[in-house]
Design a protein around this ligand. Structure first.
Ligand code: NAD
Length: 484
């Protein structure tokens, strides 16, 4: 991208620093060209960041503040992002591949987290517990101290904002490990912290390799709480490291989420859910609608219409896609694109029908055609493994019980959806779906205010909503013996 700085540094203890592990080249997946270099942190850099955060925590610079003052700084970070959206969005598009309008939405979404959690700072209240005459007992919620936050590449700005805003508002000092593929746009989160007046060391942002800087951060003995968003194998490694230090962690992992489409569903409206559910961010969304389980009476009609949605998508460089519409950018890397393409080929080999798409596009960059597979059966790999790409698997059902069993039949449980005009059916499904969030008649319904997180291998703990705050604080009980 023209005008982009050739070299980007880490932000540790209020300073922009080089990395002990050298430099990393960041590639533009929309063209395949090298974009910039980023400092690569090693374990010593991670240690400096953790120590800086620990000093801030122990100094009381965050915890002694009246919560409203902390909340105002958190809110100011969001405003900073909005003020700089014209700078951030093109960088995000260039490193991640998403259309420019999607990058702008991501920045707006990130700002929304700071607005929401900044507002919550003064709502974290304890309670008093009656113990009879002679005692006064109350609880208070204290921050853990140093919060380590490990971020994935699909929504780098929004995911960092999600954890950082809740972590700071509750008084934690934070160390963020940004993703190797998309580290650049996180620089504005460091600048936002500085502009908002947070003390040096309250927010540290480093890029480093997962197995090196990420592992060092997860295992650091002075980290008091970990938030991880990413894949299941990495989540297991991080939870293992957390267990060694006996610190809590929140795991937001993947999904293989299903929409159940009943025979009375509004198919016209559902096409909009397909567009957003599987082709937003080129399907690289943990809560993507990657499976549709449709009643057999609607099956053929639905497959034809869904193929129409896929074929209408205009796919190409994100930087040229400025306006919201039926368009999609590159996947994040050639590796991710190749993986998705080979999973589609494997599904076809197992008997799935490739209705449309399924192939890389004949242009430079990591582009995959919007894809629809039909005749997918529950035992196929494609029905169980997360593709993390623009690939929809359509399955069919006869009875409601069968639909629920298919939906619940993977190791995951992030979100689920049910499409019907029948309130009883919808409510039954909401109860029976093993997922942290259920959408009725609109995929992705909800917002920053609504708790988000998984059942099963999709993880534990919650981000978003009031629920997330309780992951960042520990409860202390104070019991006072009164005289007389
Ligand atoms: P990933 O697990 O490969 O990497 C995520 C982060 O972990 C990166 O910053 C990486 O450097 C770091 N990491 C890798 N190995 C590590 C180790 N041993 N110790 C510590 N850190 C390590 O995941 P990804 O490929 O970046 O992201 C895609 C995955 O994330 C998908 O499975 C997707 O479903 C999931 N995801 C989940 C959510 C959610 O909220 N549930 C949101 C976005 C993405």
């Amino acid at each position: 991208m023209a005008g982009i700085a050739p070299y980007w540094r880490n932000y540790v203890d209020g300073h922009w620093t080089d990395g002990g592990a050298g430099r990393l080249t960041v590639t533009d997946p929309g063209s395949g060209a090298a974009l910039a270099e980023h400092a690569l942190a090693d374990a010593a850099d991670v240690d400096r960041a953790v120590q800086a955060a620990r000093r801030v925590h122990l100094s009381g610079a965050l915890t002694d503040l009246r919560p409203v003052e902390r909340g105002r700084m958190v809110q100011a970070m969001g405003r900073y992002l909005l003020d700089h959206i014209d700078e951030i969005a093109p960088v995000l598009t260039s490193e991640q591949g998403k259309p420019l309008w999607e990058a702008r939405r991501e920045v707006q979404g990130a700002a929304r987290y700071f607005e929401y959690y900044g507002n919550q700072a003064e709502t974290v209240e304890g309670r008093s517990i009656p113990l009879g005459a002679g005692y006064f007992d109350f609880t208070m919620h204290e921050p853990y101290g140093v919060s380590a936050q490990i971020i994935p590449w699909n929504y780098p700005v929004e995911m960092t904002a999600r954890s950082l805003s809740a972590g700071l508002t509750t008084g934690n000092a934070c160390v963020v490990k940004t993703p190797e593929l998309t580290p650049l746009s996180n620089a504005w989160l460091a600048r936002a912290a500085e502009a908002a007046g947070l003390p040096a060391g309250a927010v540290n942002i480093l890029c480093g390799l997962g197995h090196e800087a990420g592992a060092a951060l997860a295992a650091h003995p002075d980290v008091n709480q970990i938030v991880f968003t990413g894949s299941v194998p990495t989540g297991i490694a991080i939870a293992t490291a957390a267990a060694q230090n006996v610190v809590p962690c929140v795991l937001e992992l993947g999904g293989k989420s299903a929409a159940i489409v009943h025979d009375d569903a509004d198919l016209d409206a559902f096409m909009n859910d397909v567009r957003w559910g599987i082709y937003f961010n080129a399907g690289q969304v943990c809560s993507a609608m990657s499976r549709v389980i449709v009643h057999e009476s609607l099956h053929d009609d639905l497959v034809e219409r869904v193929a129409g949605v896929a074929q209408t998508m205009s796919v190409g460089p994100g930087i040229e896609r400025r306006e919201a519409g039926m368009n999609m950018g590159a996947m994040v890397s050639d590796k991710q694109r190749d993986r998705a393409e080979s999973m589609v080929a494997h599904a076809a080999g197992q008997g799935a029908r490739l209705v449309t798409g399924g192939h890389r596009m004949n242009i430079p960059g990591a582009f995959l055609e919007p894809t629809v597979l039909a005749d997918v059966t529950p035992k196929m790999a494609i029905a169980n493994k997360e593709v993390f790409g623009p690939v929809l698997s359509v399955m069919r059902f006869e009875t409601e019980d069968e639909a629920i069993a298919i939906a619940n039949g993977t190791p995951y449980g992030l979100v689920g959806g049910v499409f019907t005009r029948d309130l009883d059916r919808a409510t039954r499904a909401a109860r029976r779906l093993r997922a942290g969030q259920v959408f009725v008649n609109e995929w992705f319904a909800g917002g920053v205010e609504t708790p988000f997180g998984g059942y099963g291998k999709s993880g534990y703990g919650r981000e978003k909503g009031r629920e997330a705050l309780w992951n960042y604080v520990q409860t202390k009980n104070v019991a006072i013996r009164l005289k007389g």
